[in-house]
Design a protein around this ligand. Structure first.
Ligand SMILES: [Fe+2]
Length: 341
């Protein structure tokens, strides 16, 4: 059996040597900061629909951006996929993203979820509300992000560190709405209420709250949704102790962010790349994202997953998300001054 298989491959190799390599394949190359299993099935769907092969390189956000920068015009990447508007803005600032003018993308993606000049486009929405321990807090004790600065929350709040781009984007949104002075005064008082120096990711805040270390956490909802659907009963039990609270419903709305995509300046498969962007913004891909990743679809007319729907409807902040990038550096400095580790 093995010998027969070997001879088959030798024949293939022989044919290849005679005929030369296949003509440049219909393909597109993507650098992705999303975990492979959260994007690969979608890319496979695209390939089976269009015949365009997708070569996926997965890596950490900062490493991928560094790589794009150092490869410059020689980069094989056509697309950069990342999980926060702040990062997309950084890539844009670094000069590695090219503007795209696509009527399809403009139609499919609301204006505040894409760069005004087309350097990047949001593909899924993630909300960053609060969650409270149902046994120790009542919903009517909560109202806004601002109100978490109240002394009554002293030693009761868990949130991850200021290194984290999600928190930087949350603070950037406050800077955009309320200015430096108000945001800084808030940050000082908010940090003073932390139950512990920030440690771990969003899931760790939920675990800490469930274990009694704190009463309120600020997290992206897909983490809580993933925990509720986790194979590990410890994760499920911890998540079940918390209830989502949608802050700022009577003013600007709850802070949201996007995962998104941009065409690189080095792109050699431009047409295929734009086709893939349009596919990812389309209904099929959006429904998959919603179900598997527990993120909100980029358009409000599409349904979220059952778990997300159970967290309730909410009013999202309508801020144009390119501002999260513009205010990022200021947000980082402000969090540092406030002692947010
Ligand atoms: Fe995340």
């Amino acid at each position: 059996m093995r010998a027969r298989r070997t001879s088959f491959w030798l024949t293939v190799l022989g044919l290849w040597l005679v005929a030369g390599p296949l003509p440049a394949a219909d393909e597109v190359n993507i650098y992705s900061a999303r975990k492979e299993d959260l994007i690969k099935p979608l890319l496979d769907k695209f390939t089976s629909k269009t015949g365009v092969k997708v070569n996926l390189v997965t890596g950490k956000e900062d490493a991928l951006l560094m790589r794009l920068k150092s490869e410059g015009p020689n980069s094989p990447a056509d697309l950069l996929l990342t999980s926060d508007a702040g990062r997309l803005h950084r890539a844009q600032e670094a000069g590695v993203l090219a503007p795209v003018d696509s009527a399809v993308l403009k139609k499919l993606i609301p204006a505040h979820y894409r760069d005004p000049q087309g350097h990047w486009f949001g593909l899924s929405v993630r909300a960053r509300p609060m969650a409270y321990v149902t046994q120790r807090v009542h919903a009517n004790e909560l109202s806004t992000y601002e109100a978490l600065a109240d002394r009554k929350w002293k030693g009761r709040i868990c949130i991850r560190s200021s290194d984290n781009i999600y928190n930087q984007s949350l603070v950037a949104s406050m800077l955009a709405h309320r200015g430096v002075e108000a945001t800084e005064a808030w940050a000082q008082a908010f940090v003073a209420n932390f139950a512990r120096p920030p440690v771990g990711g969003d899931r760790d805040q939920v675990l800490a709250a469930a274990a009694g270390q704190c009463d309120v956490v600020v997290i992206n909802t897909y983490y809580l949704a993933a925990m509720l659907n986790d194979k590990d009963p410890a994760q499920r039990e911890a998540a079940r102790k918390l209830t989502v609270y949608w802050p700022n419903q009577n003013d600007r709305g709850t802070h949201v962010n996007v995962s998104g995509i941009g065409l690189t300046t080095a792109a050699r498969h431009r047409a295929n790349a734009i086709r893939l962007m349009e596919f990812l913004a389309g209904d099929v891909a959006q429904a998959w994202y919603a179900e598997v990743n527990h993120e909100y679809p980029i358009r409000p007319n599409l349904a979220p997953s059952k778990t997300l729907a159970a967290f309730g409807k909410f009013k999202p902040d309508g801020l144009s998300l390119h501002l999260l990038g513009q205010y990022n550096a200021e947000a980082v400095r402000l969090m540092d001054r406030a002692g947010w580790k």
